[in-house]
Every structure is written in structure tokens, then in C-alpha cells.
Design a protein around this ligand. Structure first.
Ligand SMILES: Cc1ncc(COP(=O)(O)O)c(C=O)c1O
Length: 379
């Protein structure tokens, strides 16, 4: 492509290729050094071009998706080992069966004996064997059973005892790591995630039920965890772009954040000390994930067009199509630095949420736009 960033219509999503590539390699190396196997969660990137880069870098050809649209999209692009990571319900099983019938090794997740029974029954009716993970709650964050809940053994027996279903293993996601306050807390959370998942697998095995897989992960625990004893795969997704929440957790540095929203200055509010841009919440998302962290980044940290952070300039408020940029501590804004029509780049609080506001990435090296990578949004 023969385009530069200055010619892009704003607001739009910009991906710094070199930073993305570095993040990809760092995590792949980190997991390999610990003797683990990575399953990339593609809900962050939702792009076959981005995912191909991750796989070309050496990540195993196995992915997790968060929607059936992602499953369809990545399967259509030739990826055959997919885990659908959001609790399965009856209404979605026909679509899952269709993908399995098309040759995709698509696995689902559940945490109730009710759904385990349903899975076997619908599997027989639809002529497939559904593979399911039992979800384990290792941090009180979201879904899943406690590792020693008697229902886990019941689920294992139901799945193993029906030709329409099969137990793939146990799975957990330590989303609670996002609320940790220090690296040592994240490290402890990673060990808790690991040990509780292994405990669940062992209680199934002690009951005579085969439990082949033990799958865990989040970007913070994948980054700082140490032992992977008893674990067959580590999942992570947001690490490929990183974001301000990850920087607040010290999972990455601000300079590692590969994703930004390019916006144009459309006004100066000199009396109220704010720069107005065309990057409102439709472009940035409403995510305020740093609000509870030590450094509140508003709706995003402001960089110049080359991606260098502009001190304490943040997006302090956002309307649908207007972003208000001001100094974090209310100091005077240097309006001369951002004349009307000039561009700036806003780093996201939460990369998944910001990227989901857009249908493509403009992949840049410096100011040169090297490629456009479409995304597959929605459900
Ligand atoms: C089930 C599951 N696994 C893995 C991940 C990846 O975690 P992260 O986004 O921190 O990389 C997520 C993210 O929400 C998830 O829901």
C-alpha cells in the first residue's frame, strides 16, 4: 500500500506492526520457556491476518473463540482446532454440530449437569459427539464449579457415559487477575488458577473419569505465572495488542501498546482547557477499565501521530462522536501543539473493547500504512 497515516479518514483503528509482533513473540517464548503450549484467544484480534501472524510466529494452530461467528470465520479460513469459551446452551448446539460436521474440532464449555445431559442427547440426535470442558471457578470471578463440587464428578460421568458427548477436560480463566494490585499478587493468582484446576482434574481422575486436558489462562497470569505442572495449555488473547489496563498491572509498558485510535482535532475549548477531537466513545468504547487502578487514564492516553505519549494528556470525557482531551491534573493545555486538523493517537483502556468498535485495522510501520486487516465482529 502506498498510503500514510495522515491520509486516513478519522476516527480509525491503527495497529503498530512492530509492537504487535514483539508482543506475540514475547508471550510465545515465555510460555515455551515454561514448557507450556499456547492456545491464542482470538476474541481480541478477530482477524485472520493478525492470527496468521501469530501462528506464523510459531504459536500452535489452536485457538479459543468467544462467539460462534468467530468460530465460523476462523474455520472458514482453515483453522480446525477451536474451543468456544463461552458457556454453551441448547440453542447453539445445531450450529456447533454443523461446524463439527464440516470437520472442525470444535469444543464447548459447560458447568452444569443439566447441560451435560442435554449435550449427549442433542449429540445423538444430531449425529455428532460433542466434546466439552467442565468449567472450574478458580477465583470467584465468573462462571464455573468449585474444584471439589460433587457436580463436577456427575458432569464427568454424564459426558463420558453418552455416545453423544465426551469430556475434553477442565478449563478455567483467572479473570480476577485483572483486579490484582501487584505482580506478586498476579503470581499468586496464577498459582491459585493452576493448583485449583489441577485439583479439579485430579478429583475427576480419582473417580475413574478420564480428564485429558487442563486449560487455563489470562494475559496477566500467563505473563507472571511460574509453574505449569499438570497443565496442558495456556490461553491468552489481549497480550497481542496490550492496553492501558495491562500497563496499569505492569504486565506491559505503555510503549508496548500496539493498538490506538487515530483521531483529528476538531476544536479548541480554550476557556475550558480542552481539545475536542472526532474520537468519541463510538471510536474508543465506553470502557473505563483503568478507573479502579492507581493511574486513571480516562477514556485513553493521548499520543502524538507517531505514537509517543504526550505526558499527562488523556481523554477526560467522551460523547458519541466527540472526545475531550485535557491534562490529567487540569494543567493548562498547550493548544499550539495540536492545531485544528492535526492528528493524535489514543491508546485504549481495553484493547478488545476498542477494537470491537471498528471493522478493520490500519497496520502501520512508522507513518506508512502497510496493510488493512479486516475484523470479523458481532455474533
Ligand atoms: C475463557 C477465557 N480464556 C482466556 C481469555 C484470555 O484472557 P486475556 O484477555 O487476559 O488474554 C479470556 C478473556 O476474557 C477468556 O474469557
Amino acid at each position: 500500500m502506498n498510503t500514510t497515516i495522515e491520509t486516513l479518514p478519522t476516527p480509525c483503528l491503527v495497529l503498530d506492526e512492530a509492537k504487535f509482533q514483539r508482543n506475540v513473540t514475547n508471550m510465545r517464548t515465555r510460555i515455551a520457556q515454561r514448557g507450556g503450549t499456547l492456545r491464542v484467544h482470538v476474541k481480541t484480534n478477530k482477524s485472520i491476518d493478525a492470527t496468521r501472524r501469530i501462528l506464523d510466529d510459531g504459536a500452535p494452530h489452536r485457538i479459543m473463540v468467544s462467539t460462534l461467528e468467530e468460530a465460523r470465520y476462523f474455520a472458514a479460513h482453515g483453522l480446525g482446532d477451536i474451543t468456544y469459551g463461552v458457556g454453551i446452551v441448547d440453542q447453539k448446539l445445531e450450529e456447533v454440530a454443523r461446524l463439527i460436521g464440516a470437520g472442525v474440532d470444535l469444543k464447548v464449555v459447560l458447568d452444569s449437569a443439566h447441560m451435560a445431559r442435554k449435550l449427549g442427547q442433542r449429540g445423538r440426535e444430531l449425529g455428532v459427539t460433542f466434546k466439552a470442558y467442565a468449567e472450574i471457578d478458580t477465583d470467584g470471578h465468573r462462571a464455573g464449579l468449585q474444584p471439589q463440587d460433587a457436580q463436577l464428578i456427575e458432569i464427568g460421568r454424564i459426558l463420558a457415559g453418552d455416545r453423544g458427548s465426551q469430556l475434553a477436560g477442565v478449563i478455567t480463566h483467572a479473570g480476577g487477575s485483572y483486579e490484582c494490585r501487584s505482580i506478586s499478587e498476579i503470581r499468586a493468582m496464577a498459582e491459585q488458577e493452576r493448583s485449583r484446576l489441577v485439583l479439579a482434574a485430579e478429583s475427576l481422575r480419582a473417580a475413574g473419569i478420564e480428564c485429558p486436558e487442563t486449560s487455563l489462562g489470562s494475559t496477566p497470569t500467563a505473563t507472571f505465572g511460574e509453574s505449569l505442572a499438570g497443565i496442558t495449555e495456556v490461553r491468552a488473547g489481549v497480550y497481542v495488542f496490550q492496553d492501558l489496563v495491562m500497563a496499569g498491572l505492569e504486565v506491559c509498558r505503555i510503549e508496548d501498546i500496539a493498538l490506538s485510535v487515530l483521531a483529528t482535532v476538531i476544536g479548541h475549548q480554550t476557556t475550558r482547557n480542552g481539545i475536542i477531537t472526532d474520537g468519541g466513545w463510538m471510536a474508543l468504547s465506553r470502557d473505563r477499565g483503568t478507573a479502579q487502578q492507581a493511574v486513571d487514564q480516562g477514556y485513553g492516553l493521548v499520543c502524538d501521530v507517531d505514537g509517543r505519549a504526550c505526558g499527562d494528556l488523556i481523554v477526560t470525557s467522551a460523547n458519541q462522536e466527540h472526545g475531550i482531551v485535557a491534562e490529567r491534573q487540569g494543567r493548562a493545555v498547550d493548544f499550539a501543539r495540536f492545531p485544528l486538523g492535526s492528528q493524535l493517537r489514543v491508546l485504549p483502556n481495553h484493547a478488545c473493547a476498542t477494537a470491537a468498535q471498528h471493522d478493520r485495522y490500519h497496520v502501520v510501520e512508522g507513518r506508512e500504512v502497510k496493510a488493512v486487516w479486516p475484523r470479523s465482529n458481532y455474533w
